[in-house]
Design a protein around this ligand. Structure first.
Ligand code: FNR
Length: 385
């Protein structure tokens, strides 16, 4: 294992390592939440409010972390959340994440705000799901979903918690913006992080040219430095359930709605044809003080028990994954740590991170006295907060 990964003993070790590796504006973009970071902090706090009640003497020698979702068996009950600009944070970031997930047999959700063409990801990792930030314009919606279907994606994730851009003051303080604006400060921030500058920025420019937002429309979007980007990403505030109906009519595959917290919205999602729901506050990056997904999970599961309910936000340990499963999640997604792993260690880094989390789940299952995730029931938890 490369030396820089040897000290990574858990997903929590990735953040300080990424802080040392990435230019400050980029690290801040990944790590940060919105406004006071209250929602982001609650995502971790919520998991600490549950304790385990293990069973003993149950012969746990034959156990499996496998889980079934949408008619497919996955090796573990966690996957990679969609993250925009992954290819700027890590060299070929989206590809590295997709390939590592495919190799490990876990779900990968490719972000629509990526700088790698969706067709390339679908070819390299056919089980990946595609996430879209759909514009409110029917013509454009149609163009993009037809393109994703033609590329072979079977699952479309529509993110619904971004009607307007969030207030991320940390981005302004750190000099991060979309479009990225070249400045002396950005140049300096890059110069003092030479491994990122050469290994990611220079290598990307030399081999692939200036990154563009590749998947906002039926065709290639604007370069990440272009002012046009602002216009391409705005105009979403009139998006509503009628657009979901339109998408449902046209999208032949599975439809997952990401960014729901309210059980009533979960019911509406089911009524409007969603095949799955991701309970999420967007990693605390949209509405600050939006409650943690874990806190709403039981109510959402109760509201739409027959639809697979998934969760993301603040999952860092195998114990977190198992708590979410006990409260009704079919699988969970993890964002930031996997992107840090891709930045620091490429495909090897992501494989290492996946391996760490998978072994934590396996070990915790043995210590809990269970051999399958079906046994991870609410009786294994007690509220301590
Ligand atoms: C995100 N997230 C996100 N979500 C989405 O639906 N589309 C996107 O393009 C992005 N982009 C994005 C970029 C970065 C850098 C981060 C950190 C997050 C949100 C993401 O999918 C997920 O909801 C959270 O990251 C989950 O929280 P944790 O695991 O990061 O705490």
């Amino acid at each position: 294992m490369p030396r820089r990964l040897r000290s990574i003993l858990s997903l929590l070790d990735l953040e300080p390592a990424a802080r040392r590796h990435l230019p400050r504006p980029l690290f801040g973009y990944v790590a940060g939440g919105a406004e006071d970071d209250a929602a982001r902090a609650d995502n971790r706090d919520a998991f600490a409010e549950w304790g385990f009640v293990p069973r003993v003497l149950r012969n746990v020698s034959e156990r499996t972390t496998e889980t079934e979702l949408f008619g497919k068996r996955w090796a573990a009950p966690f996957g990679i959340a969609p993250m925009g600009l992954s290819g700027v944070i890590a060299y070929r970031g989206d590809m590295v994440l997709a390939q590592a997930a495919a190799e490990a047999g876990i779900v990968n959700i490719m972000s629509g705000s990526s700088v790698i063409r969706l067709e390339e990801i679908a070819a390299a990792s056919p089980d990946s799901w595609f996430q879209a930030y759909l514009p409110g314009d029917p013509e454009r919606i149609r163009g993009l979903i037809e393109r994703a279907a033609a590329a072979g994606f079977g699952t479309l994730v529509v993110t619904v918690d971004v009607p307007v851009a969030a207030n991320r003051e940390n981005n302004i303080r750190n000099g991060f913006s979309t479009p990225l604006r070249p400045s002396l400060r950005l140049a300096w921030d890059g110069a003092i992080r030479p491994r990122w500058l050469l290994g990611t920025a220079a290598r990307t420019l030399l081999r692939h040219g200036m990154p563009h937002f590749e998947n906002s429309f039926a065709h290639r979007g604007a370069p990440i430095l272009a002012r046009q980007v602002l216009r391409d990403f705005s105009n979403k505030d009139h998006f509503d359930w009628s657009h979901i109906d339109m998408i449902r009519e046209r999208w032949p595959g599975r439809l997952v709605i990401k960014g729901i917290l309210d059980p009533g919205d979960a019911r509406l999602a089911r009524e409007h044809g969603a095949d799955g729901i991701i309970v999420s506050n967007h990693g605390g990056r949209q509405l600050d003080h939006a409650v943690s997904a874990l806190r709403m999970l039981p109510a959402v599961v109760e509201a739409v028990g027959d639809v697979p309910v998934m969760l993301d936000g603040g999952v860092r340990r195998g114990s977190d994954v198992l708590k979410a499963i006990a409260l009704g999640a079919r699988t969970v997604f993890i964002g930031r740590p996997f992107l840090y792993a891709a930045a620091i260690g490429g495909a090897e880094g992501v494989a290492h991170a996946i391996g760490l989390l998978a072994s934590e789940i396996d070990r915790d299952m043995a210590l809990l006295g269970i051999t399958s995730l079906a046994e991870m029931t609410p009786e294994r938890l007690v509220r301590i907060g």
